[in-house]
Design a protein around this ligand. Sequence first.
Ligand code: FAD
Length: 403
Amino acid sequence: MSRIVVIGAGQAGASLVAKLRSAGFEGEITLIGSEPVPPYQRPPLSKAYLLGEMALERLFLRPESFYVDQNIDLRLGQTVTAIDPVAKTVTVDDAILSYDQLALTTGSRPRRLPPAIGGDLDRVFEVRGLADVDAMAPEVSDGARALIVGGGYIGLEAAAVCAKRGVEVVLVEMADRILQRVAAPETSAYFRDLHRAHGVDIREGVGLETLTGTDGKVTGATLSDGSTVAVDFVVVGVGIMPATGLAEQAGLQIENGIRVDANGRTSDPSIWAAGDCASFPYQGVRIRLESVPNAIDQAEAVAENMLGAGKEYVAKPWFWSDQYDVKLQIAGLNAGYDRVVTRKGDGQTASFWYYKGDQLVAVDAMNDPRAYMIGKRLIEAGKTADPAIVGDPEIDLKPLLKS
Ligand code: FAD
């Protein structure tokens, strides 16, 4: 009987093993995860869970009994330290496990602030795992002062939770504008205004110079413009790195993540990868996505391919973010866009449509699920949308789907 080992018990790992069983695989499955809890969803960590509005059990993707019922050997709190691709074994704690096929779903690691600038002080938090957020949550209280480093989605979501809980928030973004790496100036402006309306002090073009502390705890920060702020805690949201260490050590090809082909196979024919850690071909380029939908869809495609389906994974990128009472939904990828068309609705409803030449490539929709849904369907069908129609909120978008 064949044996499949999956390293990384997160969103992709859990999806992969579930799909193996639902697709009929009856061999041995071992799912190994460093964290001490069953696979869970991360998005609420910077949203409802941090706000205290979601119970721990609701984070879990499936109850632990699922893995028992499905005869999946779930090993929690165990870290794989080496892969031997020739012997086809992995080293986990003191044990050596053999595999016929191996999948890497190791996710990503947050970038940390270096100790030289105070990154190792107490009350400096990253927002990647449950343990990070459980440690941070008690600090998020009325009247506390927070510095948030980084104006990407994680930093902005943390800022929204903190502001809602009465924390005084200063958010610094080294680039000229928040969300610069991922969105158009229109989207940055929308969220800048939203946060400022909730009292968040957003400072763009300003970086962190150094953190200062007393008795090992962070108490202040000096910023690149020479100003100082007093703080009770710091949230670091300065991006993530794909977790490629094991793959590198095993000699697999790395290219902005673990390089896989369209089927999700690495440079070793017995080893596969999916989720945040994997870079894959997409419309003639190589990309890596950091999102739940990609982790699920790619992992499921890999599971089928491990069983011989030979199925090409065609990503349909989408993403969401919740800040205050605004739901942002993003369809497509905006890389290379040269024009943005604004569709403004009532109140906080708006959408920004990205074009590359005449081709619609992405939509950012704020509190506008209809614009998101129509944009997504158009993009996935390779269709475009007349900017004159998109830009006029009086014109219904639905007929665009028929053209
Ligand atoms: P992960 O879920 O990170 O799982 C990887 C697992 O592998 C981890 O548990 C890790 O401990 C384990 N591991 C790594 N190395 C080893 C080893 N050697 N041995 C054993 N175990 C190992 N996406 C969205 O689409 N929408 C959102 O709103 C959104 N919000 C987010 C908010 C936060 C705070 C965070 C952190 C992420 C958010 N994301 C969001 C991103 C999304 O959660 C990730 O893209 C997704 O979790 C990726 O799944 P994954 O399985 O690849 O990695």
